[in-house]
Ligand binder design. Structure first.
Ligand SMILES: [Zn+2]
Ligand SMILES: [Zn+2]
Length: 309
């Protein structure tokens, strides 16, 4: 049995690949598998451990080794709880939950394992049961793992300057500002390569479908304060939780930089978003690019040691 398989968890944070031949494919009916999966049996593929490769998100993996067992363990995503591949305790084999594999698996299970432990309600041979097709099902939600790919955060590189400027300009224009206003704000909204390379400014980019969809920047302010210099989401990607994700990431990054307060000079239209994220309006500041225009200043109190993501 040979092939290349790909899979991942429900939320998409973790992805893996399996290359080469499959040693074993079976259904297991033991009580441990029932508990671990919450279903009647587990369907697993066994491969040699060097055939499994994590594509991304391995740091989100959690593992539970059942203490009384010689080898039983579970592996799951810390964000969504989905079952994922794990290595056997001796490290020789990888156990791949068949349901975590996407697309067809070009082999079929060869045997039933621990069949004597099968729960009475587990029926074998589903071909004898009526099959409810999707069209007749009372729940019309499609059950593919159809969510959009997750947003990943990565530090900006100098080559991102043009796309970050474009995101900032489009995002600002989304609030309905005049073209005259946008021209006055352009210099302040532009992100230059040298800004990204500035060691005192931290640019992070939100990536979806391999392209930047948003970004934020932190800079050291006075004392132990960190200022949020920018946070923008491209208008086409609004509604995907990118702002919320970036805000949580920014808090975590600011805590790592030793900050106890995050200071935000907000666009008046965005103040409500920052208030929802824990921001309190503490004053106003005159815009750098448009004199006479005052912008709300907010503060978010940060708890050192809190994992905001
Ligand atoms: Zn997940
Ligand atoms: Zn089992």
């Amino acid at each position: 049995m040979n092939g290349n398989l790909q899979g991942g968890c429900l939320c998409g944070e973790i992805r893996f690949e399996v290359a080469g031949s499959i040693t074993e494919f079976s259904h297991c009916y033991c009580a441990r598998c029932r508990k671990a999966t919450g279903t009647g049996y587990s369907s697993v593929l066994i491969v040699s451990s060097d055939q499994l490769r994590w594509v991304h998100g391995a740091d989100h993996l959690r593992r539970y080794d059942l203490a009384c067992a010689s080898s039983f363990a579970t592996s799951f995503c810390s964000s969504c709880g989905a079952n994922l591949p794990r290595l056997t305790r001796d490290g020789r084999y990888a156990v791949i939950p068949a349901g975590s594999v996407e697309g067809d698996i070009p082999f079929h299970p060869e045997f039933h394992e621990f069949h004597a432990f099968k729960a009475d309600w587990v029926t074998l041979g589903y071909v004898d049961l009526p099959i409810y097709e999707y069209e007749n099902n009372h729940n019309t939600e499609r059950r593919e793992n159809q969510c959009e790919p997750p947003i990943m955060m990565r530090p900006a590189v100098s080559e991102d300057a043009a796309s970050l400027t474009s995101i900032a300009m489009h995002s600002k224009a989304y609030w309905g500002y005049s073209s005259e206003f946008m021209r006055s704000a352009e210099a302040e909204l532009s992100v230059k390569s040298r800004d990204i390379l500035d060691p005192d400014v931290y640019y992070w980019v939100a990536i979806g479908e391999d392209i930047p969809l948003g970004f934020y920047a932190l800079s050291k302010s006075s004392g132990s304060d960190i200022e949020l210099d920018a946070m923008f989401v491209t208008p086409e990607a609004i509604g995907r939780g990118i702002g919320k994700k970036m805000m949580a990431h920014a808090k975590k990054a600011a805590v790592k930089l030793g900050a106890v307060r995050l200071i935000i000079q907000s666009d008046p239209s965005a103040a409500a978003f920052y208030q929802k994220a824990g921001g309190v309006i503490t004053g106003k500041r005159e815009s750098e690019s448009i004199s006479g225009r005052f912008l709300p200043i907010l503060e978010i109190a940060l708890e050192p040691g809190t994992d905001y993501v």
